[in-house]
Design a protein around this ligand. Structure first.
Ligand code: SF4
Ligand code: SF4
Length: 321
Protein backbone atom coordinates (compact mmCIF):
# COMPACT_ATOMS: atom_id res chain seq x y z
CA UNK A 1 0.00 0.00 0.00
CA UNK A 2 1.34 3.45 -0.93
CA UNK A 3 1.64 5.81 2.00
CA UNK A 4 1.49 9.55 1.27
CA UNK A 5 3.30 11.81 3.69
CA UNK A 6 1.45 15.09 3.12
CA UNK A 7 3.94 17.00 5.27
CA UNK A 8 6.70 16.11 2.78
CA UNK A 9 4.64 16.33 -0.42
CA UNK A 10 6.38 18.58 -2.94
CA UNK A 11 5.05 20.00 -6.22
CA UNK A 12 7.81 21.71 -8.19
CA UNK A 13 9.22 24.22 -5.70
CA UNK A 14 6.14 24.20 -3.49
CA UNK A 15 6.67 22.06 -0.40
CA UNK A 16 3.69 21.21 1.80
CA UNK A 17 6.11 20.76 4.71
CA UNK A 18 7.24 24.40 4.42
CA UNK A 19 3.67 25.70 4.13
CA UNK A 20 2.02 23.33 6.57
CA UNK A 21 0.72 26.04 8.94
CA UNK A 22 -0.47 28.25 6.07
CA UNK A 23 -2.42 25.36 4.52
CA UNK A 24 -4.12 24.56 7.85
CA UNK A 25 -4.87 28.26 8.40
CA UNK A 26 -6.34 28.68 4.92
CA UNK A 27 -8.55 25.64 5.48
CA UNK A 28 -9.79 27.07 8.81
CA UNK A 29 -10.30 30.53 7.27
CA UNK A 30 -12.34 29.23 4.32
CA UNK A 31 -14.43 26.97 6.56
CA UNK A 32 -15.07 29.84 8.99
CA UNK A 33 -15.93 32.19 6.12
CA UNK A 34 -18.59 29.78 4.85
CA UNK A 35 -19.99 29.10 8.32
CA UNK A 36 -20.16 32.77 9.28
CA UNK A 37 -21.77 33.70 5.98
CA UNK A 38 -23.95 30.63 5.94
CA UNK A 39 -26.23 32.12 3.33
CA UNK A 40 -23.39 31.30 0.91
CA UNK A 41 -23.83 27.62 1.84
CA UNK A 42 -27.57 28.01 1.19
CA UNK A 43 -26.84 29.45 -2.21
CA UNK A 44 -24.24 26.83 -3.20
CA UNK A 45 -26.16 23.80 -1.97
CA UNK A 46 -29.70 25.16 -2.45
CA UNK A 47 -30.65 24.39 1.15
CA UNK A 48 -32.57 26.37 3.71
CA UNK A 49 -30.64 27.09 6.91
CA UNK A 50 -33.37 29.25 8.44
CA UNK A 51 -33.64 26.74 11.29
CA UNK A 52 -30.14 27.80 12.39
CA UNK A 53 -31.27 31.35 13.03
CA UNK A 54 -32.33 30.82 16.67
CA UNK A 55 -29.21 28.83 17.41
CA UNK A 56 -26.89 31.35 15.77
CA UNK A 57 -28.45 34.25 17.71
CA UNK A 58 -26.69 32.97 20.84
CA UNK A 59 -23.34 33.22 19.06
CA UNK A 60 -23.22 36.75 17.63
CA UNK A 61 -19.79 36.05 16.24
CA UNK A 62 -21.40 33.50 13.93
CA UNK A 63 -23.78 36.04 12.50
CA UNK A 64 -23.07 37.30 9.08
CA UNK A 65 -22.94 41.10 8.87
CA UNK A 66 -26.44 42.16 7.89
CA UNK A 67 -27.21 39.01 5.96
CA UNK A 68 -30.86 38.19 5.51
CA UNK A 69 -30.56 35.75 8.41
CA UNK A 70 -28.85 38.10 10.83
CA UNK A 71 -30.58 40.47 13.21
CA UNK A 72 -27.36 42.29 13.85
CA UNK A 73 -23.70 42.22 12.92
CA UNK A 74 -20.51 41.27 14.78
CA UNK A 75 -20.12 41.04 18.54
CA UNK A 76 -18.59 44.52 18.96
CA UNK A 77 -21.36 46.17 16.97
CA UNK A 78 -23.95 44.46 19.17
CA UNK A 79 -22.08 45.64 22.29
CA UNK A 80 -22.19 49.26 21.06
CA UNK A 81 -25.75 48.96 19.78
CA UNK A 82 -26.89 47.76 23.21
CA UNK A 83 -24.87 50.60 24.79
CA UNK A 84 -26.77 53.17 22.72
CA UNK A 85 -29.99 51.69 24.10
CA UNK A 86 -28.89 51.93 27.73
CA UNK A 87 -28.00 48.26 28.18
CA UNK A 88 -24.60 47.37 29.55
CA UNK A 89 -23.81 44.07 27.80
CA UNK A 90 -21.87 42.29 30.58
CA UNK A 91 -22.25 38.88 28.95
CA UNK A 92 -21.02 39.91 25.50
CA UNK A 93 -18.14 41.97 26.87
CA UNK A 94 -17.22 38.98 29.05
CA UNK A 95 -17.33 36.61 26.05
CA UNK A 96 -15.23 39.06 24.02
CA UNK A 97 -12.55 39.42 26.72
CA UNK A 98 -12.43 35.67 27.50
CA UNK A 99 -12.10 34.91 23.78
CA UNK A 100 -9.01 37.15 23.56
CA UNK A 101 -7.53 35.88 26.83
CA UNK A 102 -7.80 32.31 25.60
CA UNK A 103 -6.98 32.70 21.92
CA UNK A 104 -5.14 36.05 21.74
CA UNK A 105 -5.93 37.55 18.31
CA UNK A 106 -6.39 34.12 16.77
CA UNK A 107 -9.86 35.30 15.72
CA UNK A 108 -8.28 38.02 13.53
CA UNK A 109 -5.74 35.67 11.99
CA UNK A 110 -7.82 32.54 11.56
CA UNK A 111 -11.58 33.28 11.68
CA UNK A 112 -12.49 36.87 10.74
CA UNK A 113 -14.06 36.88 7.24
CA UNK A 114 -12.70 40.35 6.53
CA UNK A 115 -9.23 39.12 7.50
CA UNK A 116 -9.70 36.25 5.05
CA UNK A 117 -10.74 38.64 2.28
CA UNK A 118 -7.69 40.82 2.96
CA UNK A 119 -5.43 37.75 2.86
CA UNK A 120 -6.99 36.82 -0.50
CA UNK A 121 -6.32 40.37 -1.76
CA UNK A 122 -2.72 40.26 -0.62
CA UNK A 123 -2.28 36.91 -2.40
CA UNK A 124 -2.54 38.81 -5.71
CA UNK A 125 0.99 38.50 -7.07
CA UNK A 126 2.27 42.08 -7.03
CA UNK A 127 5.31 43.38 -5.17
CA UNK A 128 4.36 43.99 -1.53
CA UNK A 129 5.19 47.29 0.11
CA UNK A 130 6.02 48.32 3.65
CA UNK A 131 5.66 51.66 5.39
CA UNK A 132 8.58 53.26 7.18
CA UNK A 133 8.50 52.13 10.84
CA UNK A 134 7.63 55.65 12.04
CA UNK A 135 4.81 56.01 9.47
CA UNK A 136 3.45 52.59 10.40
CA UNK A 137 3.49 53.56 14.09
CA UNK A 138 1.55 56.76 13.40
CA UNK A 139 -1.01 55.06 11.14
CA UNK A 140 -1.67 52.39 13.82
CA UNK A 141 -3.21 55.15 15.96
CA UNK A 142 -6.08 55.73 13.50
CA UNK A 143 -8.12 52.80 14.75
CA UNK A 144 -7.89 54.04 18.36
CA UNK A 145 -9.10 57.44 17.19
CA UNK A 146 -12.08 55.72 15.53
CA UNK A 147 -12.89 53.78 18.69
CA UNK A 148 -12.72 57.03 20.70
CA UNK A 149 -15.27 58.66 18.37
CA UNK A 150 -17.61 55.67 18.75
CA UNK A 151 -17.29 55.71 22.56
CA UNK A 152 -17.94 59.49 22.63
CA UNK A 153 -21.17 58.84 20.72
CA UNK A 154 -22.32 55.75 22.61
CA UNK A 155 -21.59 56.50 26.28
CA UNK A 156 -23.68 59.73 26.64
CA UNK A 157 -26.56 58.04 24.81
CA UNK A 158 -26.43 54.94 27.02
CA UNK A 159 -26.33 57.03 30.22
CA UNK A 160 -28.97 59.59 29.23
CA UNK A 161 -31.62 57.26 27.78
CA UNK A 162 -33.13 56.65 31.21
CA UNK A 163 -32.01 59.71 33.21
CA UNK A 164 -32.57 62.50 30.66
CA UNK A 165 -34.71 61.39 27.71
CA UNK A 166 -34.85 64.93 26.24
CA UNK A 167 -31.05 65.14 26.06
CA UNK A 168 -31.01 61.59 24.66
CA UNK A 169 -33.37 62.46 21.80
CA UNK A 170 -31.55 65.73 20.97
CA UNK A 171 -28.13 64.11 21.06
CA UNK A 172 -29.31 61.11 19.04
CA UNK A 173 -30.74 63.43 16.38
CA UNK A 174 -27.42 65.30 16.22
CA UNK A 175 -25.24 62.23 15.86
CA UNK A 176 -27.79 60.84 13.43
CA UNK A 177 -26.84 57.53 11.78
CA UNK A 178 -23.83 57.07 14.04
CA UNK A 179 -26.28 56.17 16.82
CA UNK A 180 -28.07 53.59 14.67
CA UNK A 181 -24.91 51.99 13.33
CA UNK A 182 -22.09 52.83 15.77
CA UNK A 183 -19.52 50.73 13.91
CA UNK A 184 -21.20 50.61 10.51
CA UNK A 185 -19.37 53.55 8.96
CA UNK A 186 -15.99 52.19 10.01
CA UNK A 187 -16.67 48.59 9.09
CA UNK A 188 -15.21 47.09 5.94
CA UNK A 189 -17.54 44.11 6.41
CA UNK A 190 -20.55 46.44 6.45
CA UNK A 191 -19.27 47.94 3.21
CA UNK A 192 -18.47 44.65 1.46
CA UNK A 193 -21.50 42.66 2.57
CA UNK A 194 -24.12 45.39 2.70
CA UNK A 195 -23.42 48.87 1.25
CA UNK A 196 -21.39 47.75 -1.78
CA UNK A 197 -23.92 45.15 -3.03
CA UNK A 198 -26.75 47.68 -2.44
CA UNK A 199 -25.05 50.45 -4.43
CA UNK A 200 -24.02 48.08 -7.23
CA UNK A 201 -27.58 46.73 -7.44
CA UNK A 202 -28.99 50.27 -7.65
CA UNK A 203 -26.45 51.19 -10.34
CA UNK A 204 -27.38 48.02 -12.26
CA UNK A 205 -31.13 48.67 -11.99
CA UNK A 206 -30.90 52.39 -12.86
CA UNK A 207 -28.40 51.79 -15.66
CA UNK A 208 -26.21 54.73 -14.57
CA UNK A 209 -23.88 55.97 -11.82
CA UNK A 210 -26.62 58.23 -10.37
CA UNK A 211 -27.07 56.20 -7.10
CA UNK A 212 -23.42 56.91 -6.24
CA UNK A 213 -24.11 60.64 -6.12
CA UNK A 214 -27.46 60.76 -4.28
CA UNK A 215 -25.64 61.83 -1.13
CA UNK A 216 -22.01 63.08 -0.87
CA UNK A 217 -21.39 60.66 2.03
CA UNK A 218 -22.33 57.68 -0.16
CA UNK A 219 -19.68 58.71 -2.68
CA UNK A 220 -17.05 59.55 -0.04
CA UNK A 221 -17.45 56.20 1.81
CA UNK A 222 -17.65 54.25 -1.44
CA UNK A 223 -14.35 55.71 -2.66
CA UNK A 224 -12.74 55.43 0.79
CA UNK A 225 -13.38 51.69 0.97
CA UNK A 226 -12.43 51.10 -2.66
CA UNK A 227 -9.07 52.76 -1.90
CA UNK A 228 -8.68 50.58 1.23
CA UNK A 229 -9.37 47.46 -0.83
CA UNK A 230 -6.79 48.49 -3.47
CA UNK A 231 -4.19 49.29 -0.80
CA UNK A 232 -4.81 45.87 0.80
CA UNK A 233 -3.34 44.29 -2.33
CA UNK A 234 -0.01 46.06 -1.73
CA UNK A 235 -0.02 46.35 2.07
CA UNK A 236 -1.25 43.09 3.62
CA UNK A 237 -4.00 43.49 6.22
CA UNK A 238 -4.18 47.25 5.56
CA UNK A 239 -7.68 47.67 7.05
CA UNK A 240 -6.89 45.33 9.97
CA UNK A 241 -3.81 47.30 10.89
CA UNK A 242 -5.09 50.84 10.69
CA UNK A 243 -8.90 51.03 10.71
CA UNK A 244 -10.59 48.00 12.25
CA UNK A 245 -12.40 48.91 15.51
CA UNK A 246 -12.46 45.24 16.55
CA UNK A 247 -8.70 45.09 15.95
CA UNK A 248 -8.28 48.17 18.20
CA UNK A 249 -10.11 46.50 21.09
CA UNK A 250 -8.33 43.19 20.58
CA UNK A 251 -4.92 44.82 20.57
CA UNK A 252 -5.68 46.54 23.90
CA UNK A 253 -6.36 43.19 25.61
CA UNK A 254 -4.19 40.73 23.71
CA UNK A 255 -1.00 41.44 25.65
CA UNK A 256 -2.72 39.82 28.67
CA UNK A 257 -3.61 36.67 26.72
CA UNK A 258 -2.59 33.23 27.97
CA UNK A 259 -1.72 32.28 24.40
CA UNK A 260 1.67 33.74 23.58
CA UNK A 261 4.37 33.52 20.92
CA UNK A 262 7.96 33.41 22.08
CA UNK A 263 11.42 33.29 20.48
CA UNK A 264 14.21 31.07 21.68
CA UNK A 265 17.35 33.04 22.64
CA UNK A 266 19.38 29.90 21.97
CA UNK A 267 18.11 29.13 18.47
CA UNK A 268 17.50 32.63 17.07
CA UNK A 269 20.51 34.07 15.25
CA UNK A 270 19.11 37.59 15.04
CA UNK A 271 18.24 40.23 12.49
CA UNK A 272 21.60 40.62 10.77
CA UNK A 273 22.27 36.89 10.32
CA UNK A 274 18.69 36.10 9.36
CA UNK A 275 15.65 38.33 10.06
CA UNK A 276 13.32 36.17 7.95
CA UNK A 277 10.51 36.41 10.53
CA UNK A 278 10.29 40.19 10.24
CA UNK A 279 10.44 40.09 6.46
CA UNK A 280 7.45 37.73 6.18
CA UNK A 281 5.29 39.33 8.88
CA UNK A 282 2.23 40.75 7.11
CA UNK A 283 1.72 43.24 9.92
CA UNK A 284 5.21 44.71 9.84
CA UNK A 285 5.93 43.74 13.44
CA UNK A 286 9.53 44.27 14.55
CA UNK A 287 9.43 41.20 16.72
CA UNK A 288 13.22 40.99 17.03
CA UNK A 289 13.12 44.18 19.12
CA UNK A 290 10.77 42.50 21.60
CA UNK A 291 11.51 40.26 24.61
CA UNK A 292 12.29 36.61 23.84
CA UNK A 293 9.61 35.30 26.19
CA UNK A 294 6.69 37.08 24.50
CA UNK A 295 6.19 39.28 21.47
CA UNK A 296 3.01 40.84 20.16
CA UNK A 297 3.96 44.10 18.42
CA UNK A 298 1.92 46.09 20.98
CA UNK A 299 -1.01 43.75 20.46
CA UNK A 300 -0.87 43.91 16.64
CA UNK A 301 0.18 40.27 16.10
CA UNK A 302 -2.78 38.27 14.84
CA UNK A 303 -1.16 34.84 15.29
CA UNK A 304 -0.95 34.06 11.60
CA UNK A 305 2.21 32.08 12.54
CA UNK A 306 3.98 32.98 9.30
CA UNK A 307 7.09 33.93 11.27
CA UNK A 308 7.02 30.55 13.02
CA UNK A 309 6.50 28.67 9.77
CA UNK A 310 9.32 30.44 7.92
CA UNK A 311 11.95 30.63 10.69
CA UNK A 312 14.82 28.48 9.35
CA UNK A 313 16.06 27.78 12.88
CA UNK A 314 12.70 26.80 14.40
CA UNK A 315 13.25 29.50 17.01
CA UNK A 316 9.63 30.61 17.34
CA UNK A 317 7.16 28.72 19.50
CA UNK A 318 3.60 29.14 20.62
CA UNK A 319 2.86 28.67 24.35
CA UNK A 320 -0.19 28.68 26.58
CA UNK A 321 -0.13 29.71 30.21
S1 SF4 B 1 13.55 33.86 11.42
FE1 SF4 B 1 14.01 32.74 13.33
S2 SF4 B 1 16.23 32.72 13.50
FE2 SF4 B 1 15.70 34.22 11.93
S3 SF4 B 1 15.70 36.14 13.10
FE3 SF4 B 1 13.58 35.38 13.08
S4 SF4 B 1 13.35 34.15 14.95
FE4 SF4 B 1 15.54 34.51 14.63
S1 SF4 C 1 4.51 38.36 14.41
FE1 SF4 C 1 4.35 36.36 13.40
S2 SF4 C 1 2.36 35.54 14.01
FE2 SF4 C 1 2.36 37.73 14.49
S3 SF4 C 1 1.44 38.69 12.68
FE3 SF4 C 1 3.67 38.72 12.36
S4 SF4 C 1 4.11 36.83 11.22
FE4 SF4 C 1 2.04 36.63 12.06
Amino acid sequence: MVEVNFKKLSINNFSVKNHYLTIVRRFVQITAFLLINYYIIEWIFSINTYGLKGFASYFPILQSPRSGLSDEAGILEIIFFQGVNGIFPFLLIGIFIIMILLSNRGFCGWICPIGTIQDALSAIPVKKKKFKASTNKSLLKIKFFIITIIVIVVVPLGISINVNPTFYLDYKTNVSLLADKPIGFFSLSEFMFSSFPDVITEIWVSGGLGPLFTNPWVFIFFMFYIIIIILSVFYPRFYCRYFCPVGAFCSMISEQSFLKISRSPVKCVGRYECGVCEKVCPKQIRLLDEPFEFFSGNGECNLCLKCMEKCPYKAIQINFG
